[in-house]
Design a protein around this ligand. Structure first.
Ligand SMILES: NC(=O)c1ccc[n+]([C@@H]2O[C@H](COP(=O)([O-])OP(=O)(O)OC[C@H]3O[C@@H](n4cnc5c(N)ncnc54)[C@H](OP(=O)(O)O)[C@@H]3O)[C@@H](O)[C@H]2O)c1
Length: 257
């Protein structure tokens, strides 16, 4: 039941992903449970220290590598031109795989400008080690600079939930064919008004407020990546894909600020 979104003509990303920050010693079991539940998109990052657990869970699941979409991110110590390729080789080794589906710059920082990091990322993409490139936590001005490099950026991963609504970045990304991943999708459920409405909609759809929040993000075309260590929550978040909010209910949530 995984809906996908096109990153390019050839590459699709499953719209719902599973986040892996802060999972610590529960990472492998949580990712394995997510894969067994049906998730086919795992979000990791060097700084989360979950590459090894993700790779182990993937092997334990028995799923073919090509059935699971893996995103990872370059942390601040790996964004200078000389550091990108060795970092990617290390990631592949940690993950136990020979390619990464989507590689992101984790945070814009003064260690290296996107004009330096993106060409080094493009070189590893052309070497076949990475399928697609993107960024994370980039505002419109950084996205504009990134686009000027001429290197194809297909995703911007930003905090997006009922409290934090980056409408300007979302509009810019849509206009420039950059998909948007919503991190921390349920960490905040928004204002009092939004939470009251979420409660009403949860009762109406026979769902939890978190599931309604995820359904709202999915309906907006975002790519939410909730994380959980609890099997019941992992499953409930996956089931949110089956909830289709009416246009009226989605608009009411949009207005509840
Ligand atoms: N690019 C970036 O800079 C960046 C930054 C932050 C996060 N991320 C990515 O985004 C992922 C998700 O973000 P996040 O971990 O900040 O927030 P989140 O997934 O929105 O929220 C996680 C919290 O919600 C709880 N939870 C999960 N499902 C639930 C449910 N159905 N009902 C009630 N509670 C539920 C979890 O607790 P339980 O474990 O107890 O279920 C956990 O405390 C991360 O894992 C990471 O992959 C990226």
């Amino acid at each position: 039941m995984n809906k996908t979104i096109a990153l390019t003509n050839e590459i699709q990303i499953p719209q719902l992903g599973f986040g892996t920050s802060g999972l610590k010693e529960l990472a492998q079991a949580s990712v394995l449970h997510a894969l067994q539940t049906g998730y086919r998109h795992i979000d990791t990052a060097d700084i989360y220290e979950t590459h090894t657990a993700v790779g182990a869970a993937l092997r334990e699941s028995g799923l073919p590598r090509q059935d699971v979409f893996i995103t990872t991110k370059l942390w601040r110590h790996s964004v200078t031109a000389d550091k990108v390729a060795p970092a990617v080789d290390r990631f592949l080794n940690e993950l136990g795989t020979d390619y990464i589906d989507l590689l992101l710059i984790h945070w814009p920082r003064e260690e290296a400008e996107p004009e330096e990091t993106l060409p080094a990322m493009e070189a590893v993409r052309q070497a076949g080690k990475v399928r697609a490139l993107g960024v994370s936590n980039f505002d419109v001005s950084l996205l504009e600079r990134s686009l000027k490099t001429g290197i194809q950026i297909v995703n911007n991963q930003i905090k997006f939930n009922l409290e934090m609504r980056e409408d300007e970045i979302l509009a810019f990304c849509k206009a420039n064919n950059i998909t948007v991943t919503a991190y921390s999708p349920i960490r905040s459920l928004g204002s009092d008004a939004a939470q009251t409405l979420l409660g009403e909609l949860a009762a109406k759809y026979g769902a939890s407020p978190q599931q309604i929040a995820l359904a709202w993000l999915l309906g907006k075309g975002l790519i939410p990546i909730p994380r959980s260590t609890k099997p019941a929550n992992i499953e409930a978040n996956y089931q949110a894909q089956q909830i289709e909010l009416s246009a009226e209910d989605a608009a009411a949530l949009e207005a509840a600020r």
